[in-house]
Design a protein around this ligand. Sequence first.
Ligand code: 5AD
Ligand code: SF4
Length: 451
Amino acid sequence: MEPAAPPKTFRVKSFGCQMNVYDGERMAELLAERGIVPAPEGEDADLVVLNTCHIREKAAEKVYSDIGRLAATGRRSGKTPLIAVAGCVAQAEGEEIMRRAPAVSIVVGPQAYHRLPDMLDTAVSGKRAADTDMPAIAKFDALPQRRKRGASAFLTVQEGCDKFCTYCVVPYTRGAEISRPFAHLITEAHTLVEAGAKEITLLGQNVNAWRGEDHKGRATGLAGLIHALAAIDGLARIRYTTSHPNDMEDSLIAAHGEVAKLMPYLHLPVQSGSDRVLKAMNRQHSAESYVRIIERFRAVRPDLALSGDFIVGFPGETEADFEDTLRIVDEVRYAHAFSFKYSPRPGTPAASMDGQIDPEVMHDRLQRLQARLGQHQFAFNRDSVGQTCEILIDRLGRDPGQWLGKSPWLQSVWLDQEHGHNHALGDLVEVRLADAGPNSLRGERTQVLFD
Ligand code: 5AD
Ligand code: SF4
């Protein structure tokens, strides 16, 4: 590689989950600390970070085509950007990327991106740099103070996964489960709130597996962390995602009845309603034990909005198995859900299982599942009509004077301008939910509570 001019501008493109969004923000903060600034909208950047996702589909192919496009644009303009590939594809296929894509200068895994500035120096000197080590905690210690501004912020508290569901690459790309220390998280949360965050979403691949010691040295789980965060003045809302049924502690369920700032929303993937499929997936819980957990949450928080993840077409899934999934959907009555066609991931046990499902069958099941999930989501929204609640304004609507925000149940609520009232991003506004659609609601303002 030729030596390159030190980049002045960067762009981070994040794909996939919320943790990748968080990682992308932290990489942007690292680069900004180096004096590199975000490229203005519509302009080519000197450094492009592709923060990739490996969970489904042909993610790797997408990365190669993005790299090809960046290199071609660079050739046309005479200014080829430095290209860094980060995220889970970098972790899983780093060597392959280096071999196949000479335009890539840097390959950095999700646990090593704190080294990005040093790797950039290497790249500028004309050498290529790759790092896919997994010292997860070292990364957090090495990252600079948060700079993120905005009303709703992510905070990674836990990373990695020891569950080894047979379809999933996460245990391989993100490594073993680790928890960030309590004190670091409290400090980061304070920084976010001082920068304007009213809502913090705690992130982890198994967020409810978070374990730590509180400021008095007592062992605590996620509930203890949530209680401590709730004491931060100015922080109005706490959320957490994604949980695993087997890590659910009584104290976390209880927290939903005790902590007013903890929003009435739970993302608890079940993947399938069939015990046979759950076993083949190595989920280590049954449909029944999952439903019992939900019932315990609802006993302390009857208005809880439930969200889940589903996979259709797992190898060997029969029509009867799929109907069990529809049954659990009806039983839980999800307010929101994500559903996917099974995608064989290289190196996972399920990829070599017998009984891979025909794509058309998969397609048909996904349509039917999504139709059913949609009915429940609409029903949940309709049942919310008439409630008074706070909306956290997070977007401007299409028309002037229109605002969009999130209800406590994470529904999108839009609000029209009335009587000259003006709102800003990050305002908490009390509304009466007036009309419901399948994907959003209309709120009527009652009064501004918080500016
Ligand atoms: N195929 C389809 N969906 C998957 N997920 C994880 N791995 C796969 C796969 N190989 C889904 C699961 C998980 C969500 C983040 O992505 O539903 O909960
Ligand atoms: Fe993947 Fe299962 Fe771990 Fe979730 S619990 S990250 S689906 S292995």
